[in-house]
Design a protein around this ligand. Structure first.
Ligand SMILES: *[C@@H]1O[C@H](CO)[C@@H](O)[C@H](O)[C@H]1NC(C)=O
Ligand SMILES: *[C@@H]1O[C@H](CO)[C@@H](O)[C@H](O)[C@H]1NC(C)=O
Ligand SMILES: *[C@@H]1O[C@H](CO)[C@@H](O)[C@H](O)[C@H]1NC(C)=O
Ligand SMILES: *[C@@H]1O[C@H](CO)[C@@H](O)[C@H](O)[C@H]1NC(C)=O
Ligand SMILES: *[C@@H]1O[C@H](CO)[C@@H](O)[C@H](O)[C@H]1NC(C)=O
Ligand SMILES: *[C@@H]1O[C@H](CO)[C@@H](O)[C@H](O)[C@H]1NC(C)=O
Ligand SMILES: *[C@@H]1O[C@H](CO)[C@@H](O)[C@H](O)[C@H]1NC(C)=O
Length: 280
C-alpha cells in the first residue's frame, strides 16, 4: 500500500515540471536584469539554443544585441504573468554617454525561455528623453496592490484592450481613472501634476491595432501589451514596434507607459518639426 505513492514520488523526481509561478518568473526577470547590467547574456540560465531573440520585432543575434552591452540601470521594474508564462521588464538608462529606455517581454515554458522580445529606444525614437522618463516615473507609485484590492485579471486586461479598441472606434469607453497620466518616450501628459485625468486627451478612431501580446500581473495591477502600431510612424506604412504598460487600480487606468521605436525615421517622421504630439 505504501509502494504506489513512493513509486510515484520517484517517478516525479525525474521529471522537469513546468512551473510558471511568481517565484520562477521573478527569478527569470531578475536574471535578465542582472545580465543586462553586466552585458552578459550567458548569465541567464533559462536560455536555450532555440530561444528566439528579437529587437524592434526583428531577429537579432543575441551575441551582438543590447544584452551583450553592460548598461548602468537607473531603473528596472518587472511584471509577471503566471497564466501566460510571460514577463515584461522596463529599464531606464540615463547614462549621458548613451541613454536608453528598454522594454523586454519574455515567453517561457516554465523551465526555459522560449522568446525574448526587446524594444530598444534611444535618440530619435518617439518623444525620446530618458531623463524625462526616469523623472516622471520617479514621481509615480507602482507599489504592489494590497491583496484585498486585487482586480480580476480579466478586468486589468480589458482596460488595456479598451484603450487599443478605442483607436478604431470612438464609441469605446476607456476606463481612465482620475488622476491618470501617460508617459511616452519621456514626455508626460500631466507634467503639471494637476491630479486631473490627462489620459483622456483624444485619440484617432481609424487605427486597427492588432497582434497584441499580453503580460497580466495581478499583484502589480498591470497589463503590458506589445503591438505593431499602424500610423504612429508618419514616415512609414509599417506598424511601429510598440509597448504599452497600463497600471490599473480598482478597474481604472492610473498610468500608461509607452515605448515606441522609430525604424530609420527620426522621431517617427516628426523629429525636428517642433511638434510635441501625443497620439499613442
Ligand atoms: C534562479 O534560479 C537559478 C537556477 O535554478 C539559481 O541558480 C539562482 O540562484 C536563482 N536566482 C535567484 C535570484 O533566485
Ligand atoms: C527547438 O525547437 C524545435 C522546433 O520548435 C523543437 O522541436 C525542439 O524540441 C526545440 N529544442 C529544444 C532543445 O528546446
Ligand atoms: C533593479 O531594481 C531593483 C529594485 O529597485 C534593485 O534592487 C536592483 O538593484 C536593480 N538591479 C540592477 C541591476 O540595477
Ligand atoms: C533627431 O534625431 C536624432 C537621432 O536620429 C537626434 O540626435 C536629434 O537630436 C533629433 N533632433 C531633434 C530636434 O529632436
Ligand atoms: C527631458 O526631460 C527632463 C526632465 O523632465 C527635462 O528637464 C529636459 O528638458 C527634457 N529634455 C528635452 C530635450 O526635452
Ligand atoms: C457609434 O455610435 C453611434 C451612435 O450610437 C452609431 O451610429 C455608430 O455606428 C457607432 N460607431 C461604431 C464604429 O460602432
Ligand atoms: C485640472 O487641474 C487644474 C490645475 O490644478 C484645475 O485648475 C482644474 O480645475 C482641473 N480641471 C478639472 C476638470 O478637474
Amino acid at each position: 500500500m505504501m509502494a504506489t505513492p513512493l513509486l510515484l514520488i520517484i517517478a516525479l523526481a525525474g521529471t522537469t515540471l513546468a512551473d510558471c509561478g511568481y517565484a520562477y518568473l521573478r527569478n527569470t526577470t531578475s536574471q535578465y536584469v542582472d545580465a543586462q547590467s553586466r552585458g552578459l547574456y550567458t548569465a541567464m540560465t533559462g536560455l536555450i539554443p532555440n530561444t528566439t531573440y528579437t529587437e524592434q520585432f526583428k531577429p537579432v543575434d543575441i551575441r551582438v544585441g543590447i544584452l551583450s552591452k553592460p548598461l548602468k540601470l537607473a531603473h528596472n521594474r518587472s511584471f509577471h504573468d503566471p497564466v501566460r508564462c510571460t514577463t515584461f521588464t522596463e529599464i531606464i538608462v540615463t547614462d549621458p554617454s548613451h541613454p536608453y529606455v528598454i522594454g523586454t517581454r519574455m515567453e517561457t515554458d516554465g523551465a526555459k525561455i522560449t522568446k525574448i522580445e526587446t524594444l530598444v529606444t534611444d535618440a530619435g525614437d518617439w518623444l525620446f528623453n530618458a531623463t524625462g522618463y526616469a523623472y516622471y516615473n520617479s514621481l509615480e507609485k507602482w507599489d504592489p496592490i494590497p491583496a484585498q484590492e486585487y482586480d480580476d485579471p480579466a478586468v486589468i486586461k480589458a482596460a488595456g484592450d479598451a484603450y487599443f479598441d478605442r483607436f478604431a472606434n470612438a464609441n469605446v469607453t476607456v476606463p481612465y481613472g482620475t488622476p491618470c497620466a501617460r508617459l511616452e518616450g519621456g514626455a508626460y501628459t500631466d507634467s503639471g501634476l494637476t491630479g486631473n485625468n490627462t489620459c483622456n486627451l483624444g485619440l484617432p478612431n481609424t487605427i486597427k491595432v492588432t497582434d497584441r501580446r499580453y503580460v497580466v500581473d495581478v499583484e502589480m495591477g498591470a497589463v503590458n501589451i506589445y503591438v505593431g502600431f499602424p500610423g504612429l510612424d508618419r514616415a512609414s506604412n509599417e506598424p511601429t514596434p510598440d509597448s504599452h504598460l497600463f497600471r490599473v487600480e480598482k478597474g481604472k487606468i492610473r498610468y500608461i507607459h509607452t515605448i515606441s521605436t522609430c525604424e530609420g525615421h527620426p522621431g517617427c517622421g516628426l523629429n525636428g518639426t517642433g511638434l510635441s504630439v501625443f497620439l499613442c
